[in-house]
Design a protein around this ligand. Structure first.
Ligand SMILES: [Zn+2]
Ligand SMILES: [Zn+2]
Length: 271
């Protein structure tokens, strides 16, 4: 009975899913719980009324918590890129009664290419660009994990590779970045935070978990204790996608429990 700790609804700019439809799909797929974690990318805070948006989402989640008898429904936020607006990031996580705060880097601070990586065409970029882009990505994740004042889970570590290698077919070797990845995982473990195993890249040919088994093992070696699994679904039909594969990978490392969050408190459940 897995708990999906990362999903999106119509409260995200890139999803049209009704929260109720996500919950129904999760219950039908046999999940024990669902975290609704809509996007809040801090670089857009000046042009987007995230406060009203999350207040509406909170009301809808509160109604669903009551309505869904066989599914634990939790209300969260995917806080993206807090380094772009640290004051706003501090305020928004306090503005609602969130169950969980997910932390993400979507926009890398590389001059001229600081838009979200989903908007970058990596197809015409050379190896040197990809190397500097990924160095900056991992350094930004490290800085974010070290400095973000308030979060519970680090999301989809290695996610630009989903675009660079799977979508655009470019070469990149994640081992090149292991020294900084080890620092990220060490910082996360030291702060007692969870590492997400995100399944969304499994949808591609030669897809992989984000992060993969070797990096999850490194997290354990460095003292990490908590893992979440999340499909990052933006549609009801993807709500349970790949979660069993993530659970299988964790179990193969001897991990017995994954976790979810209730009012910002960690709850573990057996895998
Ligand atoms: Zn994300
Ligand atoms: Zn997401």
């Amino acid at each position: 009975m897995l708990y999906n700790c990362h999903t999106h609804t119509k409260y995200s700019h890139d999803s049209a899913a009704e929260p109720a439809a996500m919950c129904d799909a999760a219950a039908n797929a046999g999940l024990s719980g669902l975290l609704i974690s809509d996007h809040c990318d801090c670089e857009y805070a000046d042009h987007t009324d995230f406060f009203s948006m999350f207040q509406s989402c909170e009301k809808e989640c509160a109604a669903l918590k009551k309505r869904c008898k066989d599914l634990r429904v939790h209300f969260g936020i995917e806080l993206g890129d807090p380094v772009y607006n640290a004051d706003f990031a501090k305020k928004i996580v306090k503005a609602c009664d969130f169950d969980a705060v997910l932390l993400s880097v979507h926009a890398v601070r590389l001059r001229g290419f600081d838009m979200p990586f989903s908007l970058i065409d990596f197809g015409d970029k050379n190896d040197a660009f990809i190397l500097s882009y990924l160095i900056q990505y991992f350094n930004d994740v490290l800085y974010t994990v070290q400095t973000a004042p308030d979060f519970d889970v680090l999301c989809h570590l290695t996610v630009p590779l989903r675009y660079i290698t799977l979508k655009y077919g470019k070469k990149a070797d994640v081992h090149t970045y292991y020294p900084v990845i080890a620092q990220i995982l060490g910082a996360l473990a030291a702060r007692g935070k969870a590492l997400e195993i995100n399944t969304s890249a499994l949808a591609y040919e030669n897809g992989f978990l984000m992060p993969d088994k070797e990096i999850a093992a490194m997290f354990l070696t460095l003292g990490g204790r908590y893992f979440t699994v999340g499909s990052d679904a933006h549609k009801p039909e993807n709500v349970a996608f790949g979660l069993n594969e993530a659970a299988k990978m964790l179990k193969s490392l001897g991990v017995k429990d994954a976790c979810c969050f209730d009012k910002r408190k960690i709850i573990t459940y057996p895998l």
